[in-house]
Design a protein. Sequence first.
Lengths: 692, 134
Amino acid sequence: MNWLKRILRGVFDHLDGWLDAACGPRFNPLVQLGALGWLMFWLIAISGIYVYVFFDTGVEDAYRSVEALTHGQWWAGGIMRSLHRYASDALVVVTILHMLREFAHDRLRGVRWFAWITGLLLIGFIYICGITGYWMVWDQLAQYVAMASSRWLDALPIFSEPISRNFVNNAGLSGRFFTLMAYVHIFAPLAMLAFMWVHIQRYNQAKINPVRGLGIAVTIALVGLALVHPAESQGPANLDALAASVGLDWFYLPLYPLLDVLGAGWLWGLALGIFVALAILPWAPPLKRPPAAVVSLDNCNGCSRCFDDCPYGAITMQPRSDGLPFSQEAVVDPDLCVSCGICAGACPTATPFRRATALVPGIQLPQHDIAGLRDKVQAACSQLQGDPAVVVFRCEHGAAVSPPADGAAAVIDVPCTGMLPPSFIDLVVTKNMAAGVMLAGCHEGSCHERLGVEWTEKRVAGLRDPYLRDRVPRQRVAVSWASPVQWRARRDAMEAFMASLKGGTETLPAQAGQAGKPAWRLPARGLPGAVRPVLQVVLLAAAMWPLGFLSATPEVQLRAANEAVVTLTFSHAGQHQHECKKLSPEELAKLPPNMRRTTGCPRERWPVSIELDLDGKTVFTATRQPAGLWDDGPSSLFERFKVPAGPQQMVVRLRDSGRETGFDYSAEASIDLRPGQNFVIDFRHPDGFILK
Amino acid sequence: MSGIKWRAEFEIGIPDVDHEHRELVDWINQALLASADATQDRDVVLDLLGEIHTKVSAHFALEERVMRERGYDQLREHKQDHELLLDDIRDIMDEYEAGSDSVEERFSERISEWFGLHFRTHDARFHRHLPGSH
């Protein structure tokens, strides 16, 4: 499992590097997959509401209304329908990528199990929405989805009568079923929205909107796809026949073809197996759990800065418990804490200038205490020799730091750059313990602790408490954000920063569009300005192509060209196993007074057996037990056989009594099956078999 | 050096803030006393200044929280003043460490100015702003 994680991590890190170069780290879609999922949800909701206005529920009305929408108003309804489909497909893509990315970054441990598990359940919701959506159009694909889903559901022992019996033939199809589907298709997304809200509950400042430019670009791209490759129905459904093939949406229905290969039971096993395997991942070894942050009440005045900055909402402000005349105190929930240390970085008492009393901040990580950090900085600086000499605070999740040949760097590892109180930078720089300080974090767009990069930048720029003091010259403070594979960028930043320290203040790179007093930073080495927009358009188009292609192609073969289908079905209660009999006075006396009746009728029924012969050969026999806890319900069966088209001699027999041999009902027919025809053998009591 | 005497007018009526104001005055008096004492080790004074810087930082953090919670309309100006004083304390610390002799004077000047001006104007204004006060 860990090798898989490492490979995936490498893939994502490299993709990040390429997309950063093409779009810039802020617009990299891979760092905002969850937010893109939210955008897709809103696009689906808006287009869905529009489509629903023109949608009629009914066996024929459904197809007709969707066709009218697609062709009659292609300029609005058609686009909306296509957008509804492609945004749904894109939702699957971003959700799966989101899951893989969080897995690759191991962001599912500790408190993050909650988002992982609710995310898995959300995937279930996405599929319920998607599958019922395809069902509603009532075209050939809908028919396939209806039949296959019913067959899959019928494998669960919870229905007294197979759902499949709703789809025996056109004559038996009820319009009410579409009303039910419409309800499911509307309420499932509503429930999903509620769950999406739950999904992000444990995060402070969860990102639910992608960067505006990216959101607009993706929306335009999806509308473009809708215009170039409109979503269409695949011919009206016809239960009296079986199409030779049907185009699948491979984002939503990839498991459906397996139904014919594995059977419904195994497919349930497979789906459940995948779910369980994914669900246990947060607790799979190696399970490492560093200790949570601890509060020192003697040093906490309840200023709530740690509460404001905790990315996981692990800190709450509660009424004072120690008698000091403050109103509040910080309280850490160890179950929610991921030990990033960002709280210590926010604490105003975590300053290295504090010497008259012991340096114990109001909140800190026991394994990365601030006093220890001060010792490390002092020890490192006292041995630091070189020109220029730099102190690097390096995030454990980011690229490595290797000091260049000329110059020296002391590297101090921290769980997150957000753990570093800005006063440490003040100390090193203004006391000239080193020529400069570099904050070397992880990837800018996907900070391992979510908000560490942003808080660090803002604290240094004097935009978020605690500020790095104005008096600290920013040309001596650098930031470098780089994932482990971006070690070249890290090396370049290091070299350029050192060169700039040597060269004086003139070489300070301009900070485009940044407010406050930002740190020195090597401008991102992207592609030339003219190439980037072109590349972005190409990338977006390339991302749209699989959405368009896989949403209806390749097709799956449902039957051979010269095959027909025989549907064998019944829902019939067998005869009672025991005759009713007059109750004796003794038996009557045993019954409660309100239940006394003169005759007693045991409820158990006989199982129903059926046998089908084709051209003189028995091709199918089955015995079905009665449904119900008391064996008193109907027995039922729904089976489909593919048979060669052409003349067939058919004999069918059924037994619903306790007789040992022979049958109670039988029928025969000599028919000439057309290719694709669905020939139905149904049994209705007391009429017997209906063959047509 | 006489130090600062706690006066009733310093009270702004929020127990958290008043408690820390009193504590701060104690620390400041200690530092003033130590810096006036020629026999005192310079490191002791420096450590006291560092301590004051820490306490003032924490105190401002708390005060700003209270102001934010109560929707104080001049939070921005008030906070700017806070940041200025923190900058000044750091300047004074560095100058003292560099061996400047006029630091003691500057410190006591800056502190008296602070208690005079910031307290009387900003903190007092915030006090008046509190509901139930006038």
